[in-house]
Design a protein around this ligand. Structure first.
Ligand code: ADP
Ligand code: ZN
Length: 542
């Protein structure tokens, strides 16, 4: 049976999607592959069809490495319904059940075996693979969620590292690795760790055209979220399904309660909840319509709910890969979905602090800071978010007709409502020189609030106490609003031209990169955040 027939007869689909056919043909022929395809792109068929085809051709069984028990259950269930012999081995099975699977394995009546990485590398399992290998019955290794092998990915799992045993021990057996997110660094790491240097790479477009990206400045995040949901995702007698990500368990509880109090059906989900309650909430979210799941990042991997209409971030993720992966859970059915994030100065400070305080080595921290900076740049961007997002994954946003590069998408906040831009260079220089002078004068460092007070000429107790009203920069920035100055601070921290000392009450200090701004070599372009479309209309007509 050729792949086309398997697609139609076993899975009931009329045609391959995008690069599926090329991938399937390559792997059926015994080639190694690295597959990068966005969530919902159809990665599963890329190994399931070769598994069926190769087994019918006498090559034996395909082993699928998957990190998630829930995912294995779903996939094996779906394969059974399609009449494909599949099974899984993971910690949810009793000893007896595992034995039964192993017996089927020996008899050769399994086409696909899903297994957790820690299971695969046990001596007992390896002995079974050895036996199959000797009989020429080891057809293919498919390593799903392959970014888990890299510490540069957003979900590093140390168990994945042990998978090197597969190419070392079974060198001749074809291998494919699949993932929905990997920037250049992570991609290179996957190739190295899994020895896929000679594998053909299949990189799909990462664009999710039905997802609208919006990033707003954080003021009162809970209220902003509520307005967003009320305005765009509820009607008189309906409510969309959505996911809201928060950083801490406490925030999750608060936000869920807040939404419920406002009449929006919401459930909390975080690792601190009892396992049974978590499971119940997850099941309800999957089965019922119109529920909002308020969760930490513990929720979502492997959740295949097609009609999630919005994914909101109340706190900023660690990097663009995390953001892309989490927002990618919206709109899997191809219908319009919304990725909405509220982001503020505190997010920047918190994320920097978490990196600074982590026990990791300096090299690692440097990479993490670089990744955070890329996300900050996306959040601060005044041009198309989609172009930036795809650019981060090494992709040029193109016209589907003629492949010409495109600079606007028409489906992100900046494209739909181009923000007013103001030149914050002068304000940035004033802020930096104030920080410099304060340090010179008092030998001390202070936080953002105090610096803004000095610049705006506010006579506070602290200002008088330290004689900061005597500084030459006192009051020279009185024409800037606090919102504007906050924007400047955020941007300066985002580009590394200002440091925040988390160990000392978040005081600000100058960095190597501050010099370029002070010397006027760097321009600071900011969105005029106070301006809304309505403001602009008023301005135009005035
Ligand atoms: P991924 O693992 O890349 O997130 P899946 O393999 O779960 O994506 O596929 C997403 C959805 O698309 C599934 O419902 C799947 O059945 C469907 N699908 C995949 N390939 C095709 C195809 N060629 N034709 C129609 N539907 C497809
Ligand atoms: Zn856009």
């Amino acid at each position: 049976m050729n792949p086309q027939d398997i697609l139609r007869e076993v899975f009931g689909y009329g045609a391959f999607r995008g690069p599926q056919e090329a991938i399937v043909n390559h792997v059926c022929g015994g080639g190694d592959a690295l597959v990068l395809m966005p969530t919902g792109g159809g990665k599963s068929l890329c190994y399931q069809i070769p598994a069926i085809a190769r087994q019918r051709a006498g090559h034996g069984i395909t082993i699928v490495v998957s990190p998630l028990i829930a995912l294995m259950h779903d996939q094996v269930g779906a394969l059974h319904e399609a009449g494909v012999e599949a099974a899984f081995l993971n910690s949810s099975l009793s000893g007896e059940e595992a034995n039964a699977v192993e017996q089927r394995l020996r008899r050769g009546d399994i086409t696909l075996l899903y297994a957790a990485p820690e299971r695969i590398t046990t001596p007992r399992f390896l002995a079974q693979l050895d036996m199959l290998h000797e009989q020429g019955q080891l057809s293919l290794f498919a390593i799903d969620e392959a970014h888990c092998v890299s510490q540069w990915g957003h979900d590093f799992r140390p168990e994945y590292r042990a998978l090197t045993v597969l190419h070392e021990r079974y060198a001749g057996v074809p291998r494919m690795a699949l993932t929905a997110t990997a920037d250049a660094l992570t991609r290179a790491d996957i190739v190295e760790r899994l020895q896929l240097e000679d594998a053909q790479q299949f990189v799909s477009s990462f664009d999710r055209p039905n997802i609208r990206y919006t990033i707003v400045e954080k003021k009162d995040a809970s209220t902003q979220l509520l307005r967003f949901i009320q305005r765009e995702h509820t009607g008189p007698d309906w409510q969309d399904s959505g996911i809201v990500y928060c950083q801490s368990r406490k925030r999750v509880e608060e936000v869920a309660k807040n939404l419920c109090d406002a009449g929006i059906a919401a459930l909390p989900y975080h690792a601190g909840l009892d396992g049974a309650i978590r499971q119940k909430h997850q099941n309800r979210f999957l089965r019922e319509e119109g529920l909002v799941m308020v969760a930490t990042v513990a929720f979502g991997m492997g959740i295949d709910k097609p009609d999630v209409r919005f994914v909101a971030h109340l706190d900023m993720p660690k990097n663009i890969e995390g953001y892309y992966q989490e927002t990618g859970r919206g709109g899997r059915d191809g219908q319009a979905a919304h990725a909405w994030m509220a982001y503020g100065l505190n997010d920047v400070v918190n994320q920097r602090r978490m990196i600074d305080e982590s026990p990791a080595g300096e090299d690692f921290k440097q990479v993490m800071r670089g990744k955070l900076d890329a996300l900050l740049a996306l959040a601060e961007a005044t041009d198309c978010r989609r172009v930036r997002l795809l650019g981060y994954f090494g992709e040029t946003y193109q016209s589907p007709e003629n492949g010409a590069p495109r600079y606007t998408c028409g489906n992100c906040d900046n494209c739909l409502n181009p923000p007013d831009i103001w030149d914050g260079t002068e304000a940035a220089r004033m802020l930096l020189s104030t920080i410099y002078r304060v340090k010179q004068q008092s030998g001390m460092s202070f936080g953002a609030g105090h610096m803004m007070d000095i610049l705006r000429g506010k006579v506070t107790e602290k200002v008088t106490q330290y004689g900061h009203d005597k500084l030459s920069t006192f009051g020279i920035g009185a024409h800037f609003s606090e919102v504007q100055l906050r924007g400047v601070l955020r941007q300066l921290i985002a580009i590394g031209a200002l440091g925040v000392d988390a160990q000392a009450f978040n005081t600000l200090y100058l960095t190597e990169a501050s010099r370029g701004v002070l010397k006027g070599e760097v321009t600071v372009r900011l969105r005029a955040s106070v301006s809304t479309p309505a403001d602009r209309k008023a301005k135009r007509t005035a």
